[in-house]
Ligand binder design. Structure first.
Ligand SMILES: *Cc1c(COP(=O)(O)O)cnc(C)c1O
Length: 393
């Protein structure tokens, strides 16, 4: 089985670059530039210095003792929640802005749903003194007020998008439209392993610092550099891609991913695009997506804004159809229960997105000496209101 990307940007049947003619040259330039930049000593030096001194990496690998006992394994939490701005997204935004600068771009645009990627990108832009425009669905602007205010304080222009359902998909369409109008000077920082090639591969590489650290940290703590299980939640797929990057070919390592079941797979309120999606093209890439028979996107639903996307990145679609990754749909109520459990047993309030993979733990059957690494993709401060509302459920 081959899980790696081919020269045309496909993982098996998924991926590629389905883009309007006007972006062809821009995307082609990026395709030629990104690998030599990422692999250059100068980039590595700059990126890793920022990850260490600005983001606060390496993020700890924490042996969760009480949870380990409960689930009968050695459960390590990869603490992306401790990063600057509260999640893994900053790794990607900093990496892409460095690439943008090396390519001579002078203006940054981004899309955002919950606002986490918008905040991470606005942060990177403040740091690098670059103008930043963030497209955000008008409904999300209403729902995610604190993140909108953070972006504004950081100096970004937030553009509410009133088309379609006024959520992430529509914001992405609008960002692509902007990019089409300014292809020469503008760099589009995409927030996950989605979009046309080379974005999924570029984002996976920028997030691969997560699995690089896991390898070193496990060697130190367990005397071997691989776990038995890697577990992560999947929206577009970036924290999961970072978690598994160096282990994709290592069949000793089982991969477990959680997507958002919403109110359930057989309800019409779900975001479980791997399980219920069909093949189609969205935002430049062939992926599994939630669509009607005539190709209209079905509006996704999840209690967690960060998992509320109608598709999943091409890498993960291929891991799913090849059976390399086990994929579980986790419903809202299960995620809420899991968030309270981690909070009460380990004193860590996870992001609602991360709670989805925590909720996979009771569905697993581990051996007592199994080493399990679960990525806590972000912290729960942004979700407190939701948590408090469900405190006594
Ligand atoms: C955005 C986000 C996610 C989902 O995005 P991926 O690209 O699938 O990682 C998960 N967790 C947190 C905390 C997020 O902010």
């Amino acid at each position: 089985m081959n899980y790696q990307i081919d020269e045309n940007g496909f993982y098996g049947n998924y991926g590629g670059a389905y883009i309007p003619e006007i972006l062809y040259k821009t995307v082609e330039n990026l395709k030629e530039a990104y690998l030599p930049i990422i692999e250059s000593e100068e980039f590595k030096q700059e990126f890793h210095t920022l990850l260490r001194d600005y983001v606060g990496r390496p993020s700890p690998l924490y042996l969760a003792k009480r949870m380990s006992e409960k689930y009968g394994c050695r459960l390590y939490l990869k603490r992306e929640d401790l990063n600057h701005t509260g999640a893994h997204k900053i790794n990607n935004s900093l990496g892409q802005i460095l690439i943008a600068k090396k390519m001579g771009k002078t203006r940054i645009i981004a899309e955002t749903g919950a606002g986490q990627h918008g905040v991470a990108t606005a942060t990177a832009c403040a740091l690098m003194n670059m103008p930043c425009t963030v497209y955000m669905g008008a409904l999300d602007v209403e729902r995610q007020r604190p993140n909108v205010e953070r972006m504004k304080m950081l100096g970004a222009t937030v553009v509410p998008v009133h088309s379609g359902n006024k959520t992430l998909k529509d914001a992405t369409n609008e960002a692509i439209r902007d990019w089409c109008c300014h292809p020469a000077d503008t760099f589009y920082i995409i927030g996950s392993t989605v979009g046309p090639h080379p974005y999924p591969d570029m984002v996976a590489r920028l997030q691969s610092v997560i699995s690089e650290e896991i390898r070193e940290q496990l060697t130190e703590k367990e005397g071997r550099d691989y776990p038995d299980y890697l577990m992560a939640c999947v929206g577009g797929g970036s924290n999961a891609a970072g978690t598994i990057f160096h282990y994709i070919e290592d069949e000793r390592v089982k991969i477990v991913l959680a997507e958002a079941g919403g109110l359930g797979l057989d309800s019409d309120k779900t975001a479980a695009s791997l399980e219920i999606g069909t093949d189609g093209i969205l935002h430049g890439s062939r992926i599994k997506l939630m669509q009607t028979e005539d190709g209209q996107i079905i509006e996704p639903y999840s209690i967690s804004a960060g998992l509320d996307y109608p598709g999943t990145g091409p890498l993960h679609c291929n891991l799913y159809v090849t059976g390399r990754a086990q994929v579980l749909a986790v419903n809202d109520d299960e995620a809420l229960t899991a968030a309270f459990e981690l909070t009460r047993m380990e004193g860590i309030i996870p992001a609602l997105e991360s709670a989805h993979i925590l909720a996979a733990l009771p569905k697993m059957q581990f051996q007592p000496d199994d080493v399990v690494v679960l990525t806590v993709s972000g912290r729960g401060d942004k979700d407190l209101e939701t948590y408090l509302k469900h405190m006594n459920d």
